[in-house]
Design a protein around this ligand. Structure first.
Ligand code: ARG
Length: 287
């Protein structure tokens, strides 16, 4: 099913063969999904949420990941934790080490223990946090340079960046988020392959935009419409990029770079302020 594709020279970027790499993911069924409180601008606690629809969209996402050849594990959903479907926030793993989360808002704090229990039971080396950080929501790993990119400004405390650097023995680049619609790094930036990222510059402070330009001159730049459609809240296996089906413009930009966009409708889960990436924690085992 996963086949490398070869493309020619498209636009101003030379497009090389994209080879998919098998991934291991952790997700959590939105069995108790609801919007009962509002901790980001996308959440409207007065609107009704269709939990059954959220579950069926999530099942399509899981089916898509498996069809692409990836391993999907699931965490048991717990009553009283309506945001638990956003499994990316529960931890961040690199090279078999898992840096645990510590949520900013009390409504989500109990999720951290559920993640910790799962990682410990499945044999990962778990580094418990003392600083506030929302896991892979605010941390991204770029395998080529071995860098961690980390967001702050809304959720994760910059002290959590320093703690992650120590726990994971990786350099961490702190990036300041300045637009509250993009309150987690994974709403504004995504890693497409070992060396390539895509991001929406407007979500970042001027200094952080300059850092990103210096580190990633070949990055795919998304626009505001792409970001608002959660087009950056995507998951790539180096070839296929699974993204929200509303993000048609982003899908075009990815295709022009030789990636294969794989759209999935997660409109119901967007009502909690998240999409594809928020629902997926990538498990990076020791090399
Ligand atoms: N309602 C959740 C919150 O505000 C959404 C989390 C989305 N997760 C993410 N990785 N961006 O915390």
């Amino acid at each position: 099913m996963i086949s490398p594709i070869r493309s020619g020279h498209l636009g101003s970027h030379s497009v090389t063969a994209k080879i998919a790499r098998k991934r291991h993911y952790l997700l959590c069924r939105p069995h108790h999904f609801a919007v009962e409180y509002a901790i980001n601008p996308w959440m409207d606690a007065s609107a009704d949420v269709d939990t059954a629809r959220a579950v069926s969209q999530w099942e399509t996402l899981v089916g898509t990941l498996r069809r692409l050849g990836h391993t999907v594990d699931t965490l048991d959903p717990e009553p009283g934790l309506p945001d638990m479907v956003y499994a990316a926030n529960g931890a961040f793993s690199v090279d078999g080490v898992v840096y645990g989360a510590r949520f900013r808002y009390p409504q989500r704090q109990a999720e951290a223990a559920a993640h910790e229990k799962w990682y410990r039971a499945t044999g990962w080396r778990f580094a418990p946090p003392t600083e506030t950080n929302e896991g892979e929501g605010d941390f991204a790993y770029v395998p080529g340079p071995g860098l961690v990119l980390a967001g702050y400004g809304y959720r994760t405390d910059p002290r959590g960046h320093a703690e992650a650097a120590e726990a994971l023995s990786r350099p961490v680049i702190s990036l300041k988020l300045v637009d509250d619609r993009f309150y987690h790094l994974d709403t504004a930036l995504t890693v497409l392959d070992d060396e390539t990222i895509a991001y929406y510059p407007g979500a970042f402070s001027t200094g952080s935009q300059t850092i990103l330009r210096r580190l990633f001159p070949g990055a795919l730049l998304a626009d505001e419409a792409d970001a608002v459609a959660f087009g950056l809240n995507s998951v790539s296996d180096d070839h296929h990029v699974v993204l929200n089906s509303e993000a048609a413009g982003m899908a075009e930009k990815l295709a022009a770079r030789g990636y294969t966009p794989v759209p999935v409708d997660l409109s119901e889960l967007k009502r909690g302020g998240g999409s594809v990436k928020c629902c997926i924690a990538e498990l990076r085992a020791a090399a």
